[in-house]
Design a protein around this ligand. Structure first.
Ligand code: PGA
Length: 280
């Protein structure tokens, strides 16, 4: 399975979100054969999550209605578990937060908790993005605590790691990435899926993309870590690549051995481009 996550960052108004969803539902219906096996994840600004969740719920209810008609059943014929499975399982796209706080509740002005995300239908949360590591001074210790909070609420964290240009120029990127992974995973276990996103900082939003060989080198490192150090802490392991992914380069990146998906920023704002990336 490939995972393609859209990170809208601080973009898209309510109206733009609505237009994106309309485009998504119609594009998905037309290309369902190519898209049904891709785990697509939408990470919008937090303020849009509840609305998107209710739109997805409405779509799933149509699916449930047609299932009941086909099988000549009424809602009482399904257990709560079955209903949950049908309603959540039929979502064409999952939703996730772009960050969460490590605390459960309290005096954390401007933050949202993992529980709040989970209550508006999130199944994922991006943690440790360089926008937050650099812009909000979050070190790996903070990210590790956020991962624990997410796991406690059954959210799958998408854990971002990646080096700066200076670190790469010194050829210290592999040791840097390994240390970031080690520190953020410290004391964390019990992952259903362990999802790491390799996002070199110098490639984010710049149009610069590492060569296939450079991504392959990191994919080899992460694969080795998954197999040796982290084989026991998760049932499934995925490595995503992020940084200036576009329709034109998505396929060659996805073809790299050990790359299981993409984290797409700018290009995900255009729903057609996002769907074309997913069809790759
Ligand atoms: P970009 O962003 O695709 O716009 O480079 C990726 C990210 O920051 O997740």
């Amino acid at each position: 399975m490939k995972i393609i996550a859209a990170n809208w960052k601080m973009n898209n108004s309510f109206d733009e979100c609505d237009a994106w969803l309309d485009g998504f539902f119609s594009g998905y219906t037309k290309n369902i054969d190519k898209l049904k096996d891709v785990e697509m994840i939408l990470c919008p600004p937090h303020i849009l999550l509840d609305y998107i969740d209710s739109e997805l719920m409405e779509d799933s209810m149509k699916h449930l209605d047609s299932l009941m008609t086909q099988q000549n059943k009424s809602i009482e014929d399904f257990s709560e578990e079955e209903l949950n499975e049908i309603v959540l399982g039929s979502r064409p796209i999952r939703i996730g937060g772009q960050d969460c706080h490590s605390g459960e509740s309290g005096s954390y002005t401007g933050s949202v908790s993992a529980d709040m995300l989970s209550k508006v239908g999130c199944e994922y949360v991006i943690l440790g993005h360089s926008d937050r590591r650099d812009g909000c001074f979050e070190n790996s210790d903070v990210v590790a605590k956020k991962i624990s909070a997410a796991l406690a609420k059954k959210l799958t964290p998408i854990i971002c790691v990646g080096e700066s240009k200076a670190v790469r120029e010194k050829k210290e990127h592999l040791a840097f990435i390994e240390k970031q992974i080690e520190e953020t995973l410290a004391n964390n276990s019990g992952f259903e899926s362990l999802v790491i996103a390799y996002e070199p900082i110098w490639a984010i939003g710049t149009g610069l993309v590492p060569t296939i060989e450079e991504i392959q080198e990191v994919a080899n490192l992460v694969k080795k870590l998954f197999e040796t150090k982290y084989a026991n802490i998760a049932n499934k392991h995925y490595l995503l690549y992020g940084g200036s992914v576009k329709e034109s380069n998505a396929k060659s990146i996805l073809d790299i051995n050990g790359v299981d998906g993409l984290l797409v920023g700018g290009a995900s704002l255009n729903v057609d481009e996002f769907l074309n990336i997913c069809q790759n």
